[in-house]
Ligand binder design. Structure first.
Ligand SMILES: [Zn+2]
Length: 412
């Protein structure tokens, strides 16, 4: 069978399978439907970066997203920029959303106004279920908004480790103490007890994982951490720099607690800003020091995807999560997947996380791109005689559903 027909069949089969959406920034639905939405909601989030890179000034971008200005004026500012970003993979889910949810085949001079109206009319309770459950087949989504107050039982929070580890002043430490235990900790060990209690409170609020970022952390040193904690407490030191030995030590203790409390540690790697400072490889010492802690490496360390792949190959406690990757570059994702299937045991790969905040409709387009990427990679392997169609279907089910479900201990 020729490859395009085969990959279309695989996409079709994948779209009947259940999905665990392994990373989102979605707020509770009540927050989304309380907002006014329009065509620019579809170009919020990641495409904002492409708009600036294409030459939209930050001031004009503010005007594009300023709902107090007339829609037409905002469109005129946005229109020349759209011409430069519309072929990029960040934009594709916006066009898919316009087509699949609102019936507009393109976003242009004729459609921007009626599309905006249709989006606002559909911005009602039930939107999330319609998009995520009915259209996407999502059984559960892991959400990061540094909050746990979700009404939707299928949205499960992952909370930032920095809540407790990135404390730079005594006031911040005392505040954490008051939140968890009604009083400030007297010592570093009391603060550690308080963190453990905080993690247990999160678990009671359905939290399934913790989040950190891959950075150049130092080797943990208890004596140094004890001294810094003391100097913050006495006021000898007013505040600590961003990365510091107290943070290194607290993070290290929390990685141990994560294993004991059965919480997965999700890790941002690569992409943003000066991405050299976020390389996945910064995590290697922490991964090796905590063999009982399960690390879910996000974004394939893009653009350093080979390093992330080798980390996945070498470490029993590392999973590789393709959240965000399919819209950063479908082609880079297909190419890395070819290499990862060569190198990494297939039970360690997670296929999808939409990674969106307010534009929930874009999860569908992103998921479609993920299904296409897996299908094309598997179809090429089938053609080479390295697997058959049943193998490809089993891998699809494993990567979209079974692996993230098992790693996070979900029952959905
Ligand atoms: Zn994210």
């Amino acid at each position: 069978m020729p490859r395009p027909a085969l990959s279309r069949q695989l996409v079709e089969a994948f779209s009947q399978m259940p999905v665990i959406d392994a990373h989102e920034h979605l707020p509770p639905e009540r927050d989304r439907v309380a907002r006014q939405v329009d065509v620019f909601t579809l170009f919020d989030h990641y495409t904002r970066l492409d708009q600036l890179t294409a030459g939209l000034s930050p001031k004009d971008q503010e005007r594009v997203f300023d709902r107090d200005l007339p829609l037409e004026l905002r469109w005129q500012l946005f229109r020349p920029i759209l011409a430069n970003i519309r072929f990029g993979s960040y934009a594709r889910p916006a066009f898919a959303a316009a087509r699949e949810f609102y019936g507009f085949d393109d976003i242009n001079d004729e459609t921007y106004a009626p599309l905006s109206q249709a989006m606002q009319e559909a911005n009602q309770p039930g939107l999330y279920a319609r998009v995520l459950i009915e259209k996407c087949g999502i059984r559960a989504a892991l959400v990061q908004q540094a909050r746990t107050d979700y009404d939707e039982e299928y949205l499960l929070p992952v909370m930032p480790m920095d809540t407790y580890a990135a404390v730079h002043t005594w006031e911040q430490i005392a505040q954490r103490g008051r939140e968890v235990d009604d009083e400030a900790p007297e010592s570093l060990d009391e603060y550690l007890e308080l963190i453990l209690e905080g993690l247990r409170q999160w678990k009671a609020q359905r939290v399934v994982g913790l989040k950190m970022t891959s950075r150049t952390y130092g080797h943990p040193d208890r004596a140094q951490a004890w001294e810094l904690f003391g100097s913050l407490r006495t006021g000898a030191c007013a505040s600590l720099p961003d990365l510091n030995p107290l943070r290194d030590y607290l993070l290290d203790c929390m990685l141990r607690m994560a294993a004991e409390e059965n919480l997965v540690v999700a890790v941002h790697t690569g992409m943003w800003g000066d991405f050299r400072t976020l390389e996945a490889t910064h995590m290697i010492p922490l991964i090796q020091r905590h063999p009982a802690t399960r690390f879910d490496l996000y974004h394939a360390g893009m653009p350093s995807v080979r390093e992330a792949g080798v980390m996945g190959k070498n470490s029993a406690n590392v999973w590789l999560n393709l959240c965000w990757c399919h819209i950063i570059s479908p082609m880079m994702t297909r190419s890395l997947l070819g290499e990862w299937i060569d190198m990494v045991p297939v039970n360690k790969i997670i296929a999808f996380g939409g990674d969106y905040c307010h534009p929930v409709e874009k999860v569908y387009g992103h998921l479609t791109m993920a299904r296409e990427n897996l299908a094309r990679v598997f179809a090429a392997r089938i053609e080479e005689g390295l697997m058959d169609k049943d193998d490809a279907l089993a891998l699809g089910r494993q990567w979209f559903y079974e692996t993230p479900r098992a790693l996070y201990g979900l029952t959905a």
